[in-house]
Design a protein around this ligand. Structure first.
Ligand code: SF4
Length: 418
């Protein structure tokens, strides 16, 4: 439920009129994310508001230190992430989630099926004997703890697994939750409980005002698999589930790829918007090349900027550590900054009111050589200050790039042609 107070809070931070906000909310092209139990400011995601970015944090079995994850949360907040997702799979999952929820001023998302997978492994239970009740209990536990949105792979159906089995992919399934469900369905010869008992999921989400992030369990894991039959079929399934969520009064967003060649990014956004009836689109990157190992935040930012300019609403960050290790603090900072740049560039392209004001102001300050203001206005003041300091110059009115041949200074003093 989105009450008047929440809408007023959204209006204070977004360049949208009350009428447009109400209309987009009613149409479902914009959702407000906030669990009724979580004491945070509500966040609007969708048409007419700024492009949002998510940063994934959380432990793994090999790297499990809550204090490090809390430092990552601080970096996410400092550098302007709009949400965080706790993807922990190592340590005390309940304790980590509750601590992040308590400390985070940002909406928090989770993938509850990870908890089922981890709990089964710890209890030495056969992983593929999961029951539907176990899965829904985990979802309800996360919602009752105050999680604001949950990724649920409802569109991974038996029909789509059949398509997957018939058509060879270069890389099979790369979503952790998606691949688990595919294996479970193959083993149990049953339908995905999240699809079969979708109404049960909707009633849990409605009880806590939790937004559903319909996961793309069959997202492509490489350019060769992008926009294939299985991915598109899953998207069509999600489109139907969007309708049912809206009818039930549950906020819903749709997740998207993944790895997508640059020339297919806009088509993926257009298709999602068409098939999912304008539901907010949450893209994971997308990475526009597979060779950028160690620099995947750059590949993700290129894809994210193009996707968001074409209408994607929510970018999941990618860090330089993607495919290599659990991100460090520095990886998180670089990932957030890269996504911020992508989202900001897209907001300018989208023509959002006031989106370019900061750019114009920083340009004026460059002309004035007002370095302190430049640092304050830029996306990463810490790095900008460090860089300027690292090669000192004896004159404020240039930097060590061109020295006394500073074009900015020269053009400032130049007489105009009569
Ligand atoms: S010295 Fe060169 S790079 Fe530095 S501010 Fe002047 S024009 Fe720009």
């Amino acid at each position: 439920m989105t009450d008047k107070n929440m809408l007023e809070q959204v209006l204070k931070t977004e360049p949208i009129s009350p009428a447009v906000l109400a209309a987009n909310l009613a149409a479902g092209t914009l959702v407000v994310v906030k669990n009724r139990l979580h004491r945070i400011a509500p966040l609007a995601i969708g048409t007419g508001v700024r492009t949002k970015i998510n940063a994934n944090i959380g432990t793994s079995p090999e790297a499990c230190d809550l204090s490090v994850e809390m430092d990552k949360l601080k970096i996410c907040v400092q550098y302007g992430a709009h949400t965080v997702m706790d993807l922990s799979t190592g340590g005390n999952l309940d304790g980590i989630r509750k601590t992040i929820l308590l400390e985070s001023p940002l909406p928090v998302g989770t993938v509850p099926i990870y908890q089922v997978m981890v709990d089964r492994q710890r209890k030495q239970q056969p992983p593929l004997d999961m029951t539907a009740d176990e899965l829904f209990d985990a979802i309800e536990k996360h919602c009752a703890d105050g999680v604001d949105f949950v990724t649920v792979h409802c569109g991974v159906t038996r029909r789509i697994v059949e398509i997957l089995d018939r058509k060879q992919r270069l890389i099979d399934v790369v979503s952790r939750g998606g691949s688990y469900l595919v294996k479970w369905m193959r083993e149990q010869q049953q339908e995905n409980p999240l699809f079969e008992q979708y109404d049960r999921l909707l009633s849990i989400a409605k009880k806590y005002d939790v937004a559903l992030s319909l996961g793309d369990g069959l997202r492509p894991g490489c350019l060769a698999d992008a926009t294939d039959h299985a991915q598109v079929e899953e998207l069509y399934t999600l489109g139907g589930l969007v309708d049912r969520a809206r009818t039930a009064g549950v906020a819903v967003i749709v997740e998207g790829p993944g790895h997508v060649p640059l020339d297919q990014v806009v088509a993926n956004v257009s298709l999602q918007k068409r098939v999912c009836h304008g539901a907010p689109f949450y893209v994971l990157g997308p990475l526009v090349t597979d060779i950028s190992i160690g620099y995947d935040h750059i590949a993700g930012a290129i894809g994210g900027a193009v996707a968001a300019a074409a209408g994607a609403d929510f970018l999941c960050y990618v860090t330089p550590a993607e495919h290599l290790r659990l991100p460090t603090l520095e990886d998180v900072r670089e990932g957030v900054v890269a996504s911020k740049i992508a989202a900001h560039a897209a907001d300018i392209a989208k023509g959002l009111a006031g989106a370019r004001a900061q750019d114009d102001e920083i340009s004026r300050m460059k002309k004035e050589f007002n370095w302190e203001r430049i640092f304050d206005l830029c996306v990463d003041p810490v790095k900008a200050r460090q860089y300027r300091k690292s090669v000192p110059v004896n004159d404020q009115k240039h930097c060590s790039m061109c020295g006394e041949f500073c074009a900015m200074r020269e053009s400032k003093g130049r007489q105009r042609l009569q």
